[in-house]
Design a binder for this molecule. Structure first.
Ligand SMILES: Cc1cc2nc3c(=O)[nH]c(=O)nc-3n(C[C@H](O)[C@H](O)[C@H](O)COP(=O)(O)OP(=O)(O)OC[C@H]3O[C@@H](n4cnc5c(N)ncnc54)[C@H](O)[C@@H]3O)c2cc1C
Length: 297
């Protein structure tokens, strides 16, 4: 399958094995395990606690019923935050799927659908291992090169507070809300038109759930080189901010130098009295770029 929707239909019809207990021992492939799993770069200061016990506590306490309504609300922070535990195998997706389906309801259904995305990306990468570093669908992009812009994006100093908030959450927690991942990745690839590999490498160096399949294929989905059936989709950072952080609370949490700006004013510091970096690309230039379509002139 190269498209998620038919994959998901088949995934839902597929019989599941029963949930098994933890294995007594694991055989890992040569060269994997122990020190090779230790991070090499600097660690984010606010990483979640590791291990199965912490994972199960989180799963017990998290409100899956609210998920369908709150999963895109940046300030509500209402997603499961189970991704690091899934990535390291502290919890199995089979067990979570079984638990959620037993509970039922729109929240559980929406949550299980996200677990199907995880399987989808893993299976796409298994079929196309080159997608870890090459375009899944080449679109003849001639990415712009600008190390100053790339570095401002990494540092959370693009001048767009909603983008900067996401990048700072990543640096602090080693994790970022999915909506923020979408809009920060969209900003790098579609607003700045910088190569998705630059962003994917930065994410992988910091994400505690950093996973080659989920990271690279989500990046490619956003960049328009992946499995998305609408590769020209653009995410306007200001519209995303108004929609998913309508009161500006997420930005004020992560960008303290703008905390004095009330409500949604925080999304447009250039209109207010604020000491903040000027936008790397002005909102007018951004609108014009989106109107013209892909690429830079
Ligand atoms: C640019 C970009 C990079 C990403 N990189 C990663 C990554 O390296 N590792 C990673 O696990 N997820 C990645 N994601 C997917 C998603 O953002 C995270 O899985 C999610 O934010 C983790 O938070 P959560 O556990 O609260 O998710 P929930 O919303 O509670 O979802 C439950 C689980 O479903 C899975 N899931 C949810 N959304 C996706 C998705 N779009 N693709 C694949 N699996 C998904 C995850 O395992 C997640 O833990 C990326 C998304 C984007 C847009």
């Amino acid at each position: 399958y190269a498209v998620f929707t038919p994959y998901h239909r088949a995934w839902q019809r597929t019989p599941r094995r029963t949930v098994l207990g933890a294995p007594r021992a694991l055989d890992t492939p040569d060269g994997i395990g122990g020190e090779s799993l230790q991070p090499t770069g600097p660690l984010s200061p606010a990483l979640p606690p590791g291990g199965e016990t912490a994972a199960r506590r989180r799963w017990r306490r998290w409100d899956v019923d609210a998920y369908a309504d709150v999963h895109d609300d940046l300030a509500a922070d209402g997603t499961s935050r189970l991704s690091p535990y899934l990535h390291f195998g502290c919890l199995s997706a089979t067990e979570l799927t079984a638990g959620a389906l037993q509970r039922g309801g729109p929240g559980a259904e929406a949550f299980v659908r996200q677990l199907a995305w995880r399987d989808f990306h893993h299976q796409v990468l298994a079929a196309r291992p080159d997608a870890a570093h090459r375009d899944y669908r080449a679109r003849d992009d001639h990415w712009h090169r600008d190390e100053r812009e790339a570095e401002a994006w990494r540092q959370g100093r693009t001048g767009y507070p909603i983008v900067d908030a996401g990048m700072r959450q990543l640096a602090e927690e080693g994790w970022m809300h999915n909506r923020a991942r979408l809009l920060t990745a969209g900003f790098l690839t579609k607003s700045l038109y910088l190569d998705w590999r630059i962003g994917a490498a930065h994410f992988l160096s910091l994400l505690v759930d950093g996973d080659v399949a989920d990271n690279q294929l989500n990046w490619q989905w956003v960049a328009g080189t992946g499995t998305d059936t609408r590769p020209n989709r653009v995410l306007n950072p200001l519209r995303q901010a108004d929609r998913y952080d309508p009161d500006g609370a997420y930005v004020r949490r992560w960008v303290p130098e703008l905390a004095h700006l009330p409500g949604p004013a925080v999304h447009r510091p250039w209109l207010h009295d604020a000491d903040y970096p000027a936008p790397l690309i002005t909102p007018d230039a951004l609108t014009e770029r989106f109107r013209r379509g892909r690429g830079l002139d």
